[in-house]
Structures are given as C-alpha cells and as structure tokens.
Ligand binder design. Structure first.
Ligand SMILES: [Zn+2]
Ligand SMILES: [Zn+2]
Ligand SMILES: [Zn+2]
Length: 257
C-alpha cells in the first residue's frame, strides 16, 4: 500500500490566518500544513481518511482522478466539512461515494449535510453517498484487504484509528487504552497525531506522543495534526528520536498490507 499525507496540520491549518510567528511566515513548504487527511492507494483503488475543508485542494495536489471511498475517524469539522466536493467523483463514476464511519458519525454527518442525505426532493447534482457502518475492533473488507478500526479517545469523544497491516493511522487522540495499545503493536509505521509541546485537553502533546511511541516501538513514527507551536519542522526534527519525524504535506509512505 501507499499512503500519502494530504495534510498534517491541526484544525486551523498552518499558517494560521493573521499569525506572524516564524513558523507561519516560513517559506519552507514543510512548514505549510493543510488540515489532516491522508490518501491510501492499493491496486489502483483509492480512499481518503477524512474529508476536511482542504479536501478539494488536496485532491488537486495529489492528482486523484478516481476516488472509491472515504473513511471517517470522527465528526469534527476539520475532518468532514469538505464532503460537498466529492461531486466530481460522483459524476465521473456515476456511483454514490462509499463513506465508512461509526453509526454516530454517519448520523452526525446526516445532520450536518441534510441536503446530501435527504431523499425527498433531492437537489439534482447534490453529492451522492452510500453509508457503511463500521465498528471498533471489527475488521472490514476494502477491495481484497482488511482494515481494522481501533478506538482511541479524543478528549471525551471516542474516535477511530485505523490499521492497514503494518501501518496504523491515529489522528486526533489524547488517550489510548491498554486494549487498543495491543492492537497497535508490531508496526512498521505509526502515524500519530501530536498537537504541540504543551498540554491540551483532547490531543497528545509532544511528550505524551513520544511516550506512546516509546511503548509501541514502531520501526518508524510520523507525527501529524501539528500546530505552529511545534516550531520549524527542520528544528523540531532535530529534537526527536531517530525513528520519529514530523510529517509533511505530500509525504508518501509505502508499507506492507
Ligand atoms: Zn482534527
Ligand atoms: Zn503562527
Ligand atoms: Zn477532532
């Protein structure tokens, strides 16, 4: 499988509107972070994990001509609000987009996008979706492969992380139960959300994220969902252990699935 990090930034993105800190003003492309999302490609099939406000721009940058599925980690705005922009894929395929999420997440999506889910008097050309309910700890089939949804906590909200064979994608998170930690053992790649150096009520800070990495010992860990407080990416990387690097938009990782 190939995974491309489409965005590695927190909900406001980096640069933050109106901020003139050195990170937000940096000309290094690795300091520019769209909202967190990733493209998983296997055998010419493509899925995106989350569909935030930068979805359209991210699909353009990655030159994604066909998209089979969207996998949702949770219902926060920075992970769902790009849904309207799936329409070109609907028109091209002539099919509804497969959306995978927990029942609560799909219900919330219906409330946030009533015109998509409304079956009466539906506006012609509105996005077409097919809901696929997934449940923690129950692997589901995608193409010829299986994806394992793993529950982690994001403040008081249980959200999903996903394991694709030797790679796991864990975005918004500040606590992982011992049972979920066991499902994240023996990884080649752990992609992990770490917000900033200081504490936060619903995200790991740098120290907490590094503790999880130290416990799980993946061969390589890549940090995502970062804000401008992590500093310049070149300087931040120097502070990290050998097997940990901060991710960047456009980064491509190949892993066994
Ligand atoms: Zn988020
Ligand atoms: Zn800034
Ligand atoms: Zn969130």
């Amino acid at each position: 499988m190939k995974i491309r990090l489409l965005g590695t930034g927190t909900s406001q993105g980096v640069p933050i509107l109106g901020c003139d800190c050195k990170v937000c003003l940096s000309s290094d492309s690795k300091d520019k972070r769209l909202r967190t999302s990733a493209l998983v490609s296997e055998n010419n099939h493509h899925l995106v994990i989350d569909c935030g406000p930068d979805f359209r721009q991210q699909m353009l940058a990655a030159q994604v001509h066909t998209l089979d599925s969207i996998l949702l980690t949770h219902e926060h705005n920075d992970h769902i609000i790009g849904l309207d922009d799936i329409r070109p894929y609907n028109f091209r395929s002539g099919k509804p987009m497969d959306i995978y999420g927990k029942e609560e997440v799909l219900n919330e999506l219906s409330m946030r996008f009533p015109y998509v889910f409304n079956t009466l008097n539906k506006y012609p050309g509105a996005p077409e979706v097919k809901k696929n309910i997934i449940t923690k700890n129950v692997p589901f089939q995608w193409g010829e492969k299986y994806i394992l949804p793993i529950e982690v906590m994001h403040g008081s909200l249980p959200v999903l992380a996903f394991r694709f064979g030797s790679l796991a994608y864990v975005t918004d998170v500040n606590y992982i139960s011992p049972a979920s930690m066991r499902q994240l053992e023996d990884l080649d790649y752990l992609i992990l959300g770490v917000l900033q150096p200081h504490s936060h009520y619903s995200h790991f800070n740098v120290e907490e994220g590094l503790q999880v990495i130290e416990t799980l010992k993946p061969k390589q860990a890549i940090l995502i969902h970062c804000n401008h407080k992590i500093g310049l990416s070149t300087e931040f990387n120097k502070l990290l252990p050998e097997n940990v690097r901060v991710g960047y938009d456009g980064q491509i990782i190949e892993a066994n699935w």
